[in-house]
Design a protein around this ligand. Structure first.
Ligand code: NA7
Length: 559
């Protein structure tokens, strides 16, 4: 399937300029940007359709918890104008439709090979080219390899004895089948109460004969407060597009929510209660981004908000014992990724829904017909594993990527990822991974879009200056990685979230987001530009044309 093309050095060859892996929201944008910039580009995608996370996570109830219009693309006012999101927080089918619309509207589909996984990718130093092997037995040779493989793309199944022996139906939320699952009248178990588990539970509860929720750690769930977008709001969104884009393109975490102007104890107790009620009724992530400024830094401030949520849970859940189990005891609000819910707590008032606290009665094994805990066996027709993902590095570590000297990326990152800007790592020239580890810490498409823009601008810079190999210097990588690690360590929180890889047995405990937020990313990108890419080693491979400028000496040194 290789295409003959003109590569960046001007030579006719079977080498394409850019191979993008992954047709999620980041990969689609990368394909679009690289095509617009005039590169020859292919995209390979493991799924049979576009969407990435929004292709695989098609379980009932899967939806955004960032506002739809802030999550979608902002690069085209025309696209924004013609796509009317139906709800403030779109459900998965609408998002999948949107991404298909984007791909067709910008004529990108013909560059995508679906149902194709990367098995191995090797960097050949002399020509400076990646050879990428796919599971259909073919090879693609590309000057630049861009893995847009996402952070939530490798589902995690816990190592529970007997899991494979279950004779009923079993599904992972992150690998949900395209044909709808029939829950009607079934005895259903949901294992896991992270963002996915708490989304599916209320949606299937009224279809099933019984629903048993296996909870290891209770989460601080607060209302998503979703609703349809009214015609007036649609008009306002369109009229305000440029202003909204400006806010989203510059905000710290990629949200529209306004930050609050004071700390918790600047307000009286009465004013605080009023504010907490206001927060409870506010949309999605505003409970983090528009909360009192000290919510995540002052344990007393955090504790008071948690007490407010606990009181809400007790007021909603009729059975006091169940209510207490649903209230987290071991972490603060924001210490784990807080889920945003619709009718989650209310679901436990249904007579066909029950909660199993795995701290009290751990799962011993999965049997042929059910789940055995310390309390005995319960039979099921369907088991839903809502048990999360190998976050951040999962996909990259499994793609068989080998850089200079045949070093495997999985070995290079054996102690956790080290990156510059969350887009490159030393020893892996011409390899970029926007939307991967150290990439985002908020509304993902906004961060990942910044990274795609940077990658594309970099490829253009290389072409314009006659370079065709780029590798980040060790100093720059060390500086960015230290910033990430130190930023994560200054939080008052413990390292207990999947953000640190702690949900995967044996995974090194390292922070996997960008703890500096977008301002740090913007600052570093500006510095790269202002210093003419001094953070990188830029070279000219043997196949480059004679017109290319000479190698830059000492290019790896940081200013
Ligand atoms: P999460 O947030 O990682 O949640 C996984 C859940 O599975 C969580 O409640 C885990 O409990 C639970 N889990 C994991 N292993 C086990 C075992 N062995 N036994 C019982 N329960 C277990 O993944 P989600 O898919 O919900 O959400 C991922 C992201 O998608 C989310 O953050 C959003 O960005 C969207 P634990 O807390 O580890 O005790």
């Amino acid at each position: 399937m290789n295409e003959t093309s003109t590569d960046t050095s001007g030579a006719r060859s079977d080498v394409i300029d850019v191979l993008v892996v992954g047709a999620g929201i980041t990969g689609i944008y990368q394909l679009y940007r690289a095509r617009e910039a005039g590169f020859s580009v292919q995209l390979v995608e493991a799924g049979d359709g576009v969407g990435g996370t929004w292709y695989w996570n098609r379980y009932p109830g899967a939806r955004f918890d960032s506002e739809s219009y802030t999550y979608g693309y902002l690069f085209s006012p025309e696209l924004f104008d013609e796509w009317e999101w139906q709800e403030h927080f779109a459900e998965q089918p609408e998002t999948e439709r949107y991404l298909n619309h984007v791909v067709d509207r910008f004529d990108l589909r013909r560059h995508i090979r679906f149902g194709t996984s990367v098995n191995a990718a090797t960097f050949d130093e002399a020509p400076g080219i990646w050879t990428v092997a796919t599971d259909d037995g073919s090879e693609v040779r590309a000057r630049y390899l861009v893995a847009a493989t996402g952070v939530l793309s490798v589902p995690y199944f816990p190592d529970v004895p007997g899991r494979e022996d279950f004779l009923g139906e079993s599904y992972h939320t992150g690998l949900w089948p395209a044909t709808p699952v029939d829950f009607a009248g079934k005895r259903v178990a949901v294992i896991g109460t992270g963002s996915s588990g708490v989304q599916i539970v209320p949606v299937v509860a009224d279809q099933v004969a019984s629903l048993t929720v296996y909870q290891r750690t209770a989460n601080w769930c607060t209302p998503l407060n979703n609703r349809p977008i009214t015609p007036e709001e649609q008009a306002e969104l369109r009229a305000g597009f440029e202003a909204m884009r400006e806010i989203l393109n510059t905000s710290i975490a990629g949200f529209l929510h306004r930050p609050h102007d004071r700390g918790t104890f600047d307000d009286s107790q009465e004013a605080r209660q009023e504010f907490y009620e206001h927060m409870w009724a506010s949309p999605g992530f505003s409970k983090l981004t528009s909360h009192y400024t000290d919510l995540l830094t002052d344990p007393a401030a955090n504790a008071e908000w948690c007490e407010f949520i606990a009181a809400k849970v007790r007021s909603i859940v009729e059975d006091p014992e169940t209510a207490e189990k649903l209230i987290p005891q071991d972490h603060r609000f924001g210490e784990k990724r807080p889920p945003f819910v619709t009718d989650y707590y209310e679901t436990f008032n249904r007579p066909n829904v029950s909660l199993v606290d795995l701290h009290e009665t751990p799962i011993l094994r999965v049997t042929d017909h059910g789940i055995e805990t310390a309390d005995g066996v319960q039979d099921f027709d369907i088991i839903v594993w809502a048990t999360g993902f190998d976050f951040g590095t999962g996909a990259l570590a499994r793609m068989g990527i080998r850089g200079r000297g045949g070093v495997a990326l999985a070995d290079h990152w054996a102690d956790g990822p080290c990156t510059f800007l969350g887009v490159q790592t030393t020893g892996f020239p011409n390899f970029f991974f926007p939307g991967g580890p150290h990439a985002a810490a908020g509304n993902n498409p906004r961060y990942n879009g910044d990274q795609v823009d940077f990658v594309t601008d970099t490829l253009v810079y290389l072409r314009e200056h006659g370079y065709d190999t780029i590798e980040v210097g060790a100093d720059a990588e060390e500086r960015w990685t230290r910033m990430v690690d130190e930023g994560a360590a200054t939080a008052v929180f413990g390292e207990i979230s999947y953000y640190f890889g702690t949900n995967i047995p044996g995974k090194p405990k390292r922070y996997l987001l960008n703890s500096g937020g977008r301002p740090k990313l913007f600052k570093e990108i500006a510095r790269v530009r202002n210093t003419d890419y001094r953070a990188f080693r830029l070279t000219r491979s043997r196949s480059a044309s004679a017109a290319s400028p000479p190698l830059r000496a000492g290019a790896a040194a940081e200013p």
